[in-house]
Design a protein around this ligand. Structure first.
Ligand code: ZN
Length: 658
């Protein structure tokens, strides 16, 4: 634990809410304190309202904000007087609580206040900090957790037994705090949940959090439950086809394509190869808060049908006795975490981002489980508590908030020749439509073209078939499978008549444009066959196929060859539920090939202005690489769901073709 407070940084925040932003971000920077939207903070500020009355307002973290990046606008301002009255009520349903919190805000456009708002209000301190610190969760997920917490903290903290977040927890905390707090109290431990700290200044409240969590870490060190085993593990090969098959079945059971992100680091392999893995991994999540991301248990090995059966039994066993008495509908029964001795940790998500969140949380879970095991045995909460959290409407609402599902959510596309021109435009378009992209190019800049977690750029020469297979393996390791293939890589050599064309040059063009396309299609076919929604391949053809020009023999022949290849693939692969279509672009000038001087030169050659030259077609329109990318994506989408073997021109209308 490191106290990150810096006086000169803090000085930049001039008011009470500003300092609340500052220390919230300090907490958010440490993943062992809070992860992905976890934890919350607040400050109580006295303000004069519009009608001149003095009011105490609780600024509490709003839902949808992350402590690491929170701003003043991320805090919801709620009237303290009303919150304190609510805290005195004998009971309050979740729906009532949400409504009361919202209608007592002084800013209608602020985010919804945290479900722990009333708890923050009842603590009689200006600043309140709350984290789900790994070290505290480790000590409390233990059969002797309570005694250990008492031994660590003495009368520095008030201890609250596990109660689900919401009104009941807030009420119980207020009661226990009133009864147990002394002038030595600086924090509050929530068993199997986390830590609260509080004080009258932002600096002190934050400092107390660091101090308290540090104490739990020191305790774990003293008990030899901190340093994790570090013996070397043998890494094993990754079987990408097996992974794609697993993804196929998980997607089928989930009802939509999913991303499978594999982490075969030594850390993960060491965990999954433990002899007691079947026992320690099947106890439950480190804190109930994690259940909506990771589900209650990871799947071990590949027993998917058994996992789903067990999930159904878990649902049936607990749905009859839900905490809120409301009828429940079973959620998607497929796993979010898969542990496998060969592959390590496999995280499942509807997007790469979601899979990454799952992986991040499970990384912390592994540490917590292993340390608690060293401390005498990891013990998670009973299933009913986990179930109540998983099926709590307020938690489910958080997930639904993301709302809109992009067209290619959970799907993966391979794009060749992705570093420039039409290929690069395809990367942009497919990322924009929610696909994960495996981008291949011989230009090394491909590895760093896009920042997105859904982008994997791999430097490979398409004529190197071993390199291609390695790239596909790497792509499948990152995302789980391949649903779509965009065959775009190709070379366009300068004009040269047949009688002058060197045989080597002819072979080079055919080798890149035709042979390499054939090899890539062949290599990707087994993965496309496993695409949950059916595989799709789109060939970037050329106007030269229906209307060749003099001086482009090798190029035209190679593109005509690719065109026939695609038509045969459409015939052969239909039985595998794979569609293969071709687009024929022409005169796409916004690519690296066409510099301004080349354009001006060609235009002059035809006696046209650059503008006239660019739109020298039936519609007098300019075709851009992003136009081609949009059509390519459409051919992978629902609009072309019943089209295969198709060839669509995108050239503004060409007199010779029509
Ligand atoms: Zn919490």
């Amino acid at each position: 634990m490191k106290n990150l407070w810096q006086d000169e940084q803090a000085a930049k925040y001039t008011d009470e809410l500003g300092l609340r932003v500052y220390t919230s971000r300090l907490l958010g920077q440490d993943a062992s304190l809070v992860l992905h939207g976890g934890g919350n903070t607040s400050v109580k500020i006295t303000e004069i309202n519009l009608v001149g009355e003095e009011e105490e307002i609780l600024y509490v973290k709003g839902s949808g904000w992350d402590l690491e990046t929170i701003e003043a606008a991320g805090f919801a301002p709620v009237r303290m007087a009303h919150l304190l009255k609510l805290a005195k009520l004998p009971s309050l349903t979740d729906a009532q609580m949400v409504n009361e919190l919202k209608t007592q805000m002084t800013n209608s456009s602020a985010p919804s206040p945290s479900v722990e708002t009333i708890l923050h209000a009842t603590l009689p301190y200006k600043y309140v900090d709350h984290t789900h610190a790994d070290a505290v969760v480790t000590v409390t997920n233990n059969s002797a957790g309570l005694e250990r917490i008492k031994a660590i903290y003495g009368d520095e903290v008030v201890i609250i037994p596990y109660i689900m977040p919401g009104f009941d927890l807030a009420k119980r905390c207020a009661e226990i705090f009133e009864a147990d707090a002394t002038d030595k109290t600086i924090g509050m431990v929530l068993m199997n949940h986390g830590m609260f700290s509080f004080a009258d200044t932002a600096k002190e409240s934050y400092g107390r959090m660091i101090y308290l969590v540090e104490k739990a870490e020191e305790y774990l060190k003293k008990e030899n439950a901190w340093a994790l085993p570090e013996e070397a593990v043998t890494t094993t090969s990754f079987y990408s086809l097996e992974q794609a098959e697993l993804r196929h079945w998980v997607s089928q059971a989930a009802g939509a394509p999913v991303i499978l992100a594999t982490d075969s680091s030594e850390r993960c392999l060491r965990f999954v190869k433990r002899n007691d893995i079947k026992h320690i991994s099947q106890q439950g999540p480190a804190t109930p808060d994690h259940v909506i991301r990771t589900k209650q248990l990871p799947m071990i090995c590949h027993e998917l049908s058994e996992y789903i059966k067990n999930y159904q039994s878990y649902f049936e066993a607990h749905a009859s006795t839900p905490r809120d008495g409301q009828e429940k509908t079973m959620l998607n029964p497929t796993p979010k975490v898969i542990l496998n001795k060969q592959q390590g940790l496999v995280a499942v998500g509807q997007s790469v981002k979601e899979a990454q969140i799952v992986a991040d949380i499970y990384h912390h879970t592994m540490d917590i489980i292993e340390r608690a095991t060293l401390l005498g045995g990891y013990q998670a909460l009973p299933d009913q508590d986990i179930f109540d959290m998983e099926y709590w409407e307020l938690e489910q609402a958080k997930l639904k908030k993301s709302g809109f599902t992009p067209e290619f959510a959970g799907e993966v596309v391979v794009i060749s020749g992705a570093a420039s021109g039409i290929g690069k435009a395809c990367v942009e378009t497919f990322l924009g439509k929610g696909a994960a992209v495996i981008a291949l190019d011989y230009d090394p800049s491909v590895t760093s073209l896009f920042e997105s977690e859904a982008y994997l750029g791999l430097n490979v020469d398409v004529t190197d078939s071993d390199g291609l297979q390695r790239s596909l393996d790497e792509g499948v390791k990152a995302f789980g499978g391949i649903d779509m293939l965009i065959l775009n890589a190709g070379v366009f050599p300068g004009g040269c008549r047949i009688d002058a064309l060197k045989t080597n040059e002819w072979r080079r063009v055919l080798g890149t444009n035709l042979d390499a396309t054939f090899v890539l299609m062949k290599l990707v076919h087994p993965y496309l066959k496993l695409a949950p929604n059916g595989g799709r391949a789109v060939v970037i053809g050329s106007k030269n196929v229906p209307a060749p020009g003099p001086g482009a023999a090798a190029y035209s022949a190679s593109k005509a060859g690719v065109n026939q290849l695609a038509r045969v693939a459409a015939l052969e692969w239909g039985a595998d539920n794979i569609r293969v279509n071709t687009v024929h672009p022409n005169a796409v000038f916004d690519t690296g090939l066409w510099t301004e001087s080349v354009l001006a030169d060609r235009a002059a050659h035809y006696g046209l202005t650059v503008e006239e030259y660019k739109s020298n077609n039936v519609l007098k329109t300019e075709v851009t690489s992003s136009d081609v990318a949009e059509l390519t994506a459409a051919m992978c989408g629902d609009l072309f769901a019943k089209t295969t073997g198709g060839q669509v021109p995108i050239d503004g209308g060409n007199y010779r073709v029509i």
